[in-house]
Design a protein around this ligand. Sequence first.
Ligand code: ACO
Length: 317
Amino acid sequence: MSIRIIGTGSYVPEKTVTNDDLSQMVDTNDEWITQRVGVKERRVSVSETTADLAVKAAQRAIEAAGISAEELDLIVTATVTGDSLCPSTAALVQAAIGAKCPAFDISSACSGFLFALDTAAAFIARGGIRHALVIGAERLSRVLDWTDRSTCVIFGDGAGAAVVAPGDNYLVSHLFTQGNDDVLSIPAGKGNSPFYEREEPVYKVVMKGQETFRFAVRRITDDIRLVSDMAGITPDQLKYIVPHQANSRIIDLAARKLGIPMERFVLNIERYGNTSSASVAISLDELVRSGALQPGDLIALCAFGGGLSSAACIIRW
Ligand code: ACO
C-alpha cells in the first residue's frame, strides 16, 4: 500500500521584503543577492504565527482534496520554527481546522516536508488511515540574525500542505541523515537552568554557506540518481523535479551534473527565498495549480538541509 496526493495548498504572508529593503538594513545589494542566491524578494510575517501559516495552507489543501477536516485521520507537520515546543504546530492546526485525529510535528529542517510525507506514507501502509494531512510551515524570520548579511538575505516565511490517501502513486523514496551540528544549525538558545554550566549558543540560524552548498549539490544529484534507479527509470524520464529552494546556483549546478534541463526544475526562490520545510510543499502546490501536470507524469521531489539531512521521492501523478 502506498499513497497518492489528492490535494495541495500553500500560503505565504502578505508582507514582501525586497533586496533593496534589505540593503537598507545590512551591507548588501540586489545584484549580489540575485546573482549569488537567486532571491529577489521574500515574504515575512508581521503578525501571523507559524501555526497561522500552516492552518491557511492546510485549509487550501483540504479544500482542493474535496474532504472535510473531520475526515482526516492524521496530521504531520514539519517545522523548525514552531511557536512552542509544546503544543506541537500540528496540534494547533488540528484545533484550528476542527480535526479530531492524532497530530504531531517532526523536525528535519529543509528536508522536513519529505520526511513528513514518508512518515504519512508509512502510517497509511500500516492501514486504518483514509486521509493524512502533511504540512511544512516556517516563520524563519524569527530565528534569523538580521545583522548577518550572509544568512538574512536567503530565507523567508511560508507554508505548504498536501492531503494524501491510500494509493499507488508514491513510487519510491529515500531519506538520508548525516548527523552534524557544525555546518548548519539553529541552537535552541539559553535555557533557564541555574545548574547548567555550559555556554549556550544564541537561538539563530548558523550556517557555513560553502559547506552547505557542496553538501546540497552532492545530495540532490546522488538522491535523484538513487530514487530513479529504485524506480527503474533514468532521471531524464522525470517531467519535473521539485527541489528545495535554497539557492538557484545549487539547482543549476545539480541540473548540469544530472544532465536535466533547468526548465524541468520548479523554481520560485526568486519570490519567496528559502522557506525551509515549506519550500518543496509550496513549489509542489504551485506546480499542481499551474495545470502543468498530466496523469501519469513522473515527478521527483528532493530536499536537503540541517541535520544534515536530505530526501527524495518519485511520484507518478
Ligand atoms: N551581500 C553582499 N556580500 C555578501 C553577502 C551579501 N548578502 N553575503 C556574503 N557576502 C560577501 C562575503 O562577505 C564575501 O566577501 P569577501 O570575499 O570580501 O570575504 C563574499 O561575499 C563571498 O562570500 P561567500 O560566503 O564565499 O559567498 P558564496 O558565494 O559562498 O555565497 C551563500 C554564500 C549564498 C550562503 C552560499 O554559500 C549558499 O547558498 N550556501 C548554501 C546555503 C543553503 O543552501 N542553505 C540551505 C539550507 S538552510 C536550512 O536547512 C535551515
